[in-house]
Design a protein around this ligand. Structure first.
Ligand SMILES: [Zn+2]
Length: 125
């Protein structure tokens, strides 16, 4: 059972909890910061960055076309949201995971973006 296996795996619980929490953060982020994060992702893709920081973002990334990126389609915006949440989970849940496949230099840029954006300072749980 899903809940039982999560209870047995606190680190996976933490990762999923942070991911879900950041869905609310994304909604309240405002357009300038959302666009700024999308710009970061677009630069990564132009830089041929493979991988992601969670399967939720990764399978969406694999389905993206150049048109999705250019037109900021629904598929693109869903990818950006999932990438944001997976990246937050990677940063804040403090656990390692086999789904973390994004290269180190791109991970560093994601972490820098989160620090510069100040989103983590706006969260109180
Ligand atoms: Zn999600």
């Amino acid at each position: 059972m899903f809940e039982t296996s999560l209870a047995r795996d606190p680190s996976e619980f933490a990762r999923i909890f942070v991911h879900e929490l950041f869905h609310f953060v994304w909604l309240r982020l405002g357009n300038p910061l959302r666009r700024s994060y999308e710009d970061l992702l677009a630069r990564e893709i132009r830089g041929r960055a493979r991988g992601e920081l969670g399967w939720s973002a990764e399978w969406r990334k694999e389905k993206l076309s150049a048109t999705d990126l250019r037109r900021r389609t629904r598929r693109w915006r869903e990818y950006a949201c999932e990438s944001f949440c997976d990246t937050a989970a990677w940063i804040f849940a403090g656990v390692d995971h086999g789904e973390f496949t994004l290269l180190e230099r791109f991970r560093r840029q994601r972490r820098d973006w989160f620090e510069a954006s100040g989103v983590n300072r706006g969260i109180s749980v």
